[in-house]
Write a protein that binds this ligand. Structure first.
Ligand code: AMP
Length: 231
């Protein structure tokens, strides 16, 4: 399918991105959501919003996130259930950073049934770990619009400034080397088992996540077109 035609195609379902921190899942998830007009739901962004607003959830989550550990399932599940009950999620959504444990995956399966949605399409961003540290330490986010850059692989036109709105580019506090190590460890221990979980359910597609943003994006859309997941 030609890239131009895709925005007219439909992807009325839940899509999940699985992959370690630094695999580029956030960037590609945003792109996919934009092309298909679906909400992009990042549990990391939602939690950071709670932290910056100082809500009860934010106060509990902040020290855990600062150490690179996973926030307890009970807290994350309530937040997710509230979010996908909103009307914009009626026809589907793109999840980035959720589920991260088998408990979360099972709960999501139940929620989708309750909302009359089919089981999720899972895109696994497969990548060798040596690339990840460089990607994560180079990552910068626009303070205003949340656009993602990488000082090594996807730099802004002017250093430290967003191409879209001139906003300041900042580094996430958990993109420091010692916290990154802990986040990669949490991924291996708690999230990587989901790859086999979803593979067994037959809903998982592997996407080679090394290469440029454009190369990975191309692979993602080819994989979706070949999967029968797009109408
Ligand atoms: P992310 O932006 O997806 O890298 O998430 C940043 C941090 O938020 C993670 O290191 C966790 O501490 C927390 N977090 C995000 N999503 C989840 C989740 N689904 N379950 C538990 N913790 C999460």
């Amino acid at each position: 399918m030609a890239l131009e035609a895709r925005s007219e195609a439909k992807l009325d379902r839940a899509v999940i991105f699985l992959g370690p921190p630094g695999s580029g899942k956030g960037t590609q998830a945003k792109e996919l959501a934009k092309v298909y007009g679906l909400p992009h739901l990042s549990t990391g962004d939602m939690l950071r919003e709670h932290v910056s607003q100082g809500t009860a959830l934010g106060v509990k989550a902040k020290p855990i996130m600062g150490r690179g550990k996973l926030v307890p399932d009970s807290l994350v599940l309530r937040m997710v259930a509230e979010r996908i009950a909103r009307p914009d999620c009626r026809h589907g959504f793109v999840f980035d950073g959720f589920p991260r444990t088998v408990t979360q995956a099972k709960y999501l399966g139940e929620l989708l049934k309750q909302h009359g949605l089919q089981q999720p399409l899972v895109l696994h961003m497969a990548i060798a770990s040596p690339v990840l540290m460089r990607r994560l330490t180079g990552r910068r986010t626009c303070k205003v619009c949340g656009a993602l850059y990488n000082v090594y692989d996807r730099p802004p036109q002017a250093a430290g400034i967003c191409d879209y709105d001139g906003g300041e580019l900042v580094q996430r506090p958990d993109d420091r080397e010692e916290v990154i190590r802990e986040r990669l460890h949490a991924y291996e221990q708690q999230t990587a088992p989901l790859v086999e979980y979803y593979r067994r359910l037959g809903s998982l597609q592997d996407i080679g996540a090394d290469g440029s943003f454009e190369e990975v994006k191309q692979r993602m859309f080819e994989s979706l077109a070949g999967s029968g997941g797009v109408r």
